[in-house]
Write a protein that binds this ligand. Sequence first.
Ligand SMILES: NC(=O)c1ccc[n+]([C@@H]2O[C@H](COP(=O)([O-])OP(=O)(O)OC[C@H]3O[C@@H](n4cnc5c(N)ncnc54)[C@H](O)[C@@H]3O)[C@@H](O)[C@H]2O)c1
Length: 259
Amino acid sequence: MATAEVGKLRNQVAVITGGGSGIGKASVELFAREGAKVIAADRKQEALQELTTQLANQGYEVIPVVADLASEEECMRVIDTALQSWGRIDILFNNIGITVPKVLHETTNDDYRQLMDVNVSSVFWCCKHALPAMINQRSGVILTTSSKTGIVAQRDSAIYCTTKGALISMMQAVALDYAPYGIRANAMCPGIIDTPLLDYAISQAPDPVQFRQWNEQAQPLGRLGTADECARAALFLCSEDASFITGVALPVDGGFTAQ
Ligand SMILES: NC(=O)c1ccc[n+]([C@@H]2O[C@H](COP(=O)([O-])OP(=O)(O)OC[C@H]3O[C@@H](n4cnc5c(N)ncnc54)[C@H](O)[C@@H]3O)[C@@H](O)[C@H]2O)c1
């Protein structure tokens, strides 16, 4: 039996991008179990379909939208799906992200544009098209997945770090501008989290085995974080438990940025 009548997000409409894998997938599952109606967007059709079918079979309300969000039209389509399906958007969780592990002078213009479009422009476009509905509602929560690399630099990832820093600034500015409408906006800053994105970054390292060991030991808690731990932090920031929290960048990093 699904739990739409109970949970921290009961009857809330949530849009989650990057719902096909890692942190986004864990968040779609958790938000649905906490009572939200979820639009899960991702460019990975198969993974998204598998997840949403599984949740629908358990009675949860989850709509998959296959979309490449490096385009304003596609971002609009995702937001419109929520508005046409359920008439409102209570939570926008901008979570897609890619990495290009390169130092700055080896980063091509195509790499740069792709990183900017996927990691930053998609958040701009999703916010731009969701905010009018939130303003009308006089309520709403925006959460964007930045990174510890938005707070402290990481080697060999100059433009990835650039995008993640930009997202923290964007959320702070949104928090200020839309507070009068009862809208909160925050960033979540994961540390090193065990997801396919990390696997990709490790595979690109000159010595993947050594780089994996370094990652496991780099956080004071002495291990990688999990997608589920990030999903639980996201749930907190998107729920009424965080009703007086806006404009923050919350590290979920096992102590990495405290060093
Ligand atoms: N894993 C980590 O260590 C880590 C650390 C800090 C921040 N992050 C951030 O967390 C977020 C989630 O990452 P993850 O680790 O779960 O990675 P992931 O690769 O497992 O999931 C990211 C999802 O985003 C989707 N996506 C990427 N580009 C897209 C596009 N253009 N249109 C639609 N969907 C797209 C992918 O298909 C994928 O399903 C990202 O923003 C990432 O930068 C991850």
